[in-house]
Design a binder for this molecule. Structure first.
Ligand SMILES: *Cc1c(COP(=O)(O)O)cnc(C)c1O
Length: 463
């Protein structure tokens, strides 16, 4: 056995490795400087291994292969597409709403060149980015004016900073929600410099609780949608209309964090009626805030809609610039809103297509998946199950669905292999089975999903 010093002396130089034939394709793929870095890194690691007692040096071919693997990992994006077979339609960790074809096209057209983002073609002068979605939003919601910002948390921050800084904001204790990722609506609100005045109890807040809390220093009454939880049993909250009347008696604005951005009624699909943006405005809300990428089904955005004088104040606040929406968001949002205007949301917006998917169609797809898997010797059967809307809307509400249950020996191992695959697939695990819900799998993903499973046949076969 050679001693470490002899082995170290046998290691080829960086230059020698770069001049090998096998290095040429790497250099053309990654550039010479980057391959040089990779080779240096690989040599350093090998040197360390030899010094730590490794008995042999791996040979030049292997060193280049190690460098190639390092390069492949380096440029592999961490933000990658996945196939969502969980049945959770608005899955915040998986990127919330997939976009419609028209939204994607609009984004591509605007992204690949210059645009009228802040340019008025009539006058040849500077224009405003605020115009691109505002008219669509006011037409759809009935609001007098609207403003698009980065996300709903930013919308709330801007809203309270502008209208309630240094003032009191009255909110029910039943509405102080945590929205995931450790973020709490009250904390976002506190950042605005408004002071939260909590009224009522977790399960019951009365009109008089709000009325008694109004002082000379009150800036607004705020109602926040419960979002991701449900209070059942002995509960009560005054209606938006009652609170609007109370607020207006005191010349205060009623602000409403609606959350989901539902523009359509969810009840025709067997779901509880999610409060809509329009219903909030009709009840007398002065400004409503909601997300663009939940039930609205568009890109990440926060939307503020309501009274023209208040929206005008929001637009002028310095924070408006800090949280403004970018051109890709505006392009995708405008295209998404156009679907609603043309009454085509359930035909074109993926989130709504998934909500509205007929259960027979899901049964058919699940049956086709299971049959395909069985043909490839994978034990799979179709069972009934439930999909959820997710994304902090319709807490607890489920839609009946058909699942493919794949029987496997080591379910965690299979789930991990599917996550690590290309494409990555995320399913559900229950009772040592892998469950796949066709509702949230886009139709074009059926084939890659099945191919990935078949490729894992040896792992998937029951032990
Ligand atoms: C989701 C949600 C938010 C946060 O919205 P983002 O778009 O994630 O910033 C705030 N309030 C409610 C009620 C929500 O449902």
């Amino acid at each position: 056995m050679s001693d470490p010093q002899t082995l170290l002396r046998q290691l080829p130089s960086v230059d020698k490795l770069l001049h090998l034939d096998a290095a040429a394709p790497l250099i053309s793929q990654y550039s010479r400087p980057l391959v040089t870095k990779a080779v240096r890194h690989t040599l350093a690691e090998t040197r360390a291994r030899l010094q730590n007692g490794a008995a042999a040096f791996p040979g030049s071919e292997q060193l280049l292969q190690d460098a190639a693997a390092w390069l492949a990992l380096l440029i592999r994006p961490t933000l990658r597409p996945v196939i969502n077979a969980t049945g959770v339609i608005i899955h915040t960790n998986l990127g919330r709403a997939p976009l419609s074809a028209a939204a994607l096209q609009a984004i591509q057209e605007i992204a690949q060149g210059y645009s009228t983002l802040e340019y008025d073609l009539d006058t040849g002068q500077r224009g405003s980015r605020a115009v691109h979605a505002e008219k669509l939003l006011t037409r759809l919601t009935g609001a007098e004016a609207a403003l698009v910002v980065n996300n709903n948390a930013a919308a709330l921050l801007l809203l309270l900073s502008t209208l309630c800084q240094g003032k009191e904001v009255i909110i029910s204790r039943g509405q102080l929600v945590e929205i995931g990722g450790g973020f709490r609506v009250p904390d976002v609100m506190a950042q605005s410099g408004a002071r939260l005045v909590e009224v009522g109890t977790t399960n019951r807040t009365h009109w008089r609780d709000y009325a008694n809390a109004i002082t000379a220093n009150t800036g607004a009454i705020l109602v926040a949608h419960h979002s991701n939880f449900k209070i059942i049993g002995f509960t009560s909250e005054p209606s938006l209309a009652e609170l609007a009347e109370l607020a207006h008696q005191h010349t205060l604005p009623l602000l409403y964090d609606q959350g989901s951005g539902a523009l359509l009624d969810t009840s025709p699909y067997g779901l509880d009626p999610e409060p809509t943006v329009t219903a909030g405005l009709e009840a007398g809300v002065d400004v409503v805030a909601f997300s663009g990428d939940k039930l609205l089904g568009g890109p990440q955005a926060g939307i503020l809609a309501g009274r023209a004088d208040l929206i005008a104040q929001l637009k002028k606040h310095p924070l408006a610039r800090a949280v403004r929406a970018d051109k890709l968001c505006l392009a995708g949002l405008a295209a998404t809103l156009t679907h609603y205007l043309k009454d085509g949301a359930t035909n074109h917006i993926p989130v709504w297509q998934m909500i509205a998917a007929p259960v027979e169609q899901l049964a058919e797809r699940a049956a086709a998946w299971a049959a395909h898997l069985c043909q490839h010797n994978i034990l799979a059967e179709v069972i009934t199950g439930e999909s959820t809307v997710g994304g902090g809307s319709l807490p607890g509400a489920t839609l009946p669905t058909w699942l493919v249950a794949v029987k496997v020996g080591q379910v965690d191992q299979v789930a991990a292999a599917l996550r690590q695959g290309n494409p990555s697939i995320i399913g559900r695990i229950a009772a040592n089975q892998l469950l796949l819900d066709p509702r949230t799998v886009l139709p074009a993903q059926d084939t890659p999903l099945l191919d990935s499973l078949v490729a894992l046949r040896d792992l998937v076969m029951p032990v």
